[in-house]
Ligand binder design. Structure first.
Ligand code: ADP
Ligand code: MG
Length: 240
């Protein structure tokens, strides 16, 4: 589904990503871990072209999205993104947050969009909050709405950048549960997280990044139980 070839990204003379090769298969859950500043967010932001790669190529569903003639808006519609900060539209109800983009941008029928939105709110356990405003919801609820809003665009892949890092500890579980459910349903996901329990349980593949390089990747068992790279071992010793 995604094929990244020799992706490099520099900000000025700071080379943040150094020739990254990465493949994500249809239905796969890839979790990216690594120290702060290692380039995890920059990878995700390059995948949906929120950042322009300095060099390299990214193929999405067989199409070279880094080619000059690629349709960025169309590609972004197929990639849902969930950030650390929930970024809901504060002046709109939960339901309107979910329907506004499908109706305005994808020209979906309003009734149909509303039906789908209610089904998604049900999926994330928040059907009864459809008419509430974001400010009346807890952080965990807001993040679940943000996930439902991304899903309302019918994406082929979901990108998560530390979706639970801004949450109070008691709300982390409810968001991870929604993500796990999504993974079980077969969604292709790339997840940057510090939640090692989630990585162990849900990831098909774990990638350890440091200094803009993929230092090691493998199954959760390989990375957590038998890390080969001393950088991975040091990192895991600190976080586990
Ligand atoms: P991580 O998500 O792993 O913490 P990031 O991808 O956010 O790391 O950042 C990697 C490096 O890139 C950091 O040194 C950061 O300061 C730098 N960086 C990220 N975004 C920008 C930007 N827009 N402009 C300049 N430097 C940036
Ligand atoms: Mg980050």
């Amino acid at each position: 589904m995604i094929n990244v070839k020799q992706l490099s990204k520099s900000f000025g003379d700071n080379e943040v990503l150094k020739s990254i090769d990465l493949e994500v298969k249809d239905g796969e859950v890839v979790v990216i871990i690594g120290p702060s500043g290692s380039g995890k967010s920059t990878i995700l932001r390059c995948l949906n072209l929120l950042e322009e790669p300095t060099s390299g190529e990214i193929f999405f569903e067989g199409q070279n999205i880094t080619a000059p003639d690629s349709n960025i808006d169309q590609i972004r519609q197929k990639m849902g993104m969930v950030f650390q900060s929930f970024n809901l539209f504060p002046h709109m109800s939960v339901l309107d947050n979910l329907t506004i983009t499908p109706v305005k941008i994808k020209k979906e029928d309003a009734t149909k969009a509303k039906e789908q939105a209610m089904a998604l709110l049900d999926q994330v356990g928040l059907k009864e909050k459809a008419d509430s405003f974001p400010s009346s919801l807890s952080g965990g609820q807001q993040q679940r709405v943000a996930i439902a809003r991304a899903l309302a665009m019918n994406p082929d892949v979901m990108l998560f950048d530390e979706p639970t890092s801004a949450l109070d500890p008691e709300m982390v579980g409810e968001v991870l549960a929604v993500m796990q459910d999504l993974a079980k349903k077969g969604m292709t996901m790339v997840v940057v997280t510090h939640e090692m329990g989630f990585a162990k349980e849900v990831a098909d593949r774990v990638i350890f990044m440091a200094d803009g390089v993929i230092q090691e990747e493998g199954t959760p068992e390989e990375i957590f139980d038998h890390p080969q790279n001393s950088r991975t071992q040091d990192f895991l010793n600190k976080v586990l």
